[in-house]
Design a protein around this ligand. Structure first.
Ligand SMILES: [Zn+2]
Length: 277
């Protein structure tokens, strides 16, 4: 049996709740979730929990931080999601958590902002800001919403100084895009491309939000990766660790880690992923 190679990743889309109180909780009649609006709790600040969980199973992951600068347009609802509740890499507590992860063996990468996949100068600016906060060079990127023009985005990323991209994946279901499963070098750009196996929201949507079924599907993909001798790459947004709002998500993540541990999996940071494992 092949060794199981696992690549855990997180995209940090938002660290606090703002517009979601209006668009989601009120619509769903979830009054209880509104509590934290008034008490000052931070329902999406799940970093300590996430780090503790991974440490417990001897794992480390790659964490992609976003620097969204799109402006709020009151009559464009799409801009709410992108502009409200966003955080800045320059906030002291964001800087602290970024450096803390880095010092303890996690990898920090850039979560390229919504429009950056077609904007070289924006990519360069975001990379520079993150590197200033981190105090060292970063290697990788994943684009927000998995936005990708092939190979144009990769060429722009390479020009901005990145060496790998972890964007290649499906937005609406689990599994690989166009059967591209193993990491490869894109010939047009020279970038290392790391395909995504599972994103947590697709997994739960596919399985009707049933956590047992979601776990079963996640394990099937794990078996597949091990059989094919490719990386099992998963994306779990950190705000989904809030069990009150996303019941079952944290549980499934921990069960996946347990199974990885049971199979003696090797955990990889994205920057160390090999094109020929
Ligand atoms: Zn994102």
């Amino acid at each position: 049996m092949n060794e199981l190679n696992v690549c855990l990743t997180h995209d940090i889309d938002r660290v606090r709740k703002t517009y979601q109180y209006i668009t989601k909780d009120l619509r769903m009649g979830r009054w209880s979730n509104l509590g934290s609006l008034f008490t000052g709790e931070k329902p999406y600040w799940t970093f300590e929990d996430m780090a503790g969980l991974e440490s417990k199973y001897g794992a480390r992951s790659t964490i992609f931080f976003l620097h969204e600068t799109i402006s709020f347009e009151p009559f464009n609802r799409d801009s709410w999601k992108l502009s409200l509740g966003r955080y800045s890499l320059r906030e002291p507590e964001i800087g602290e958590i970024i450096r803390c992860f880095d010092e303890n063996g996690w990898e920090i990468g850039l979560h390229g902002s919504y429009r950056s996949f077609r904007d070289g100068p924006l990519l360069k600016m975001e990379k520079k800001v993150l590197e200033e906060v981190l105090g060292k060079k970063i290697f990788g990127i994943r684009q927000h919403y998995l936005n990708l023009d092939e190979p144009d985005t990769w060429i722009l990323q390479k020009q901005a100084g990145f060496s790998y991209d972890a964007t290649l994946g499906l937005r609406y279901r689990t599994g690989y895009k166009d059967e591209r499963m193993a990491p490869f070098i894109d010939t047009a750009s020279g970038m290392k491309i790391i395909p995504l196996t599972i994103m947590e929201c697709c997994l739960f949507r596919e399985m009707g939000q049933d956590k047992q079924k979601a776990l079963k599907r996640a394990i099937e993909w794990m078996d597949h990766a091990q059989e094919q001798n490719i990386y099992y790459t998963i994306l779990w947004h950190q705000h989904k660790f809030n069990e009150k709002e996303f019941p079952g998500y944290r549980w499934v993540y921990e069960e996946i880690l347990k199974e990885c541990k049971r199979r003696n999996a090797r955990f990889w940071l994205c920057r160390d992923v090999r094109v020929d494992p």
